[in-house]
Design a protein around this ligand. Structure first.
Ligand code: ZN
Length: 74
């Protein structure tokens, strides 16, 4: 009877640690995802098209998607 109880406790402990380990892995992967660079999108002041902030052109405190839009806006 005592052996059976110890066996059950042992199984519960193993399952608990397996779950705990799995949880740690998932949280660490989540952390990695969070540190990934997320590109900000900016709206073109002329045609209202959203483009990557790295590709957008800043002119007169406004973002534009292309040089054509800057020419049209000015
Ligand atoms: Zn534009």
């Amino acid at each position: 009877m005592i052996l059976k109880v110890l066996l059950v406790i042992g199984v519960i402990t193993i399952v608990y640690f397996m779950f705990f380990k799995k949880k740690n892995i998932s949280t660490s992967s989540k952390k990695n995802k969070k540190t990934d660079k997320t590109n900000d999108m900016v709206e073109c002041a002329n045609c209202s098209v959203y483009c990557d902030i790295d590709e957008a052109i800043l002119s007169n405190a406004n973002y534009y998607c292309s040089k054509e839009c800057i020419a049209e806006a000015s």
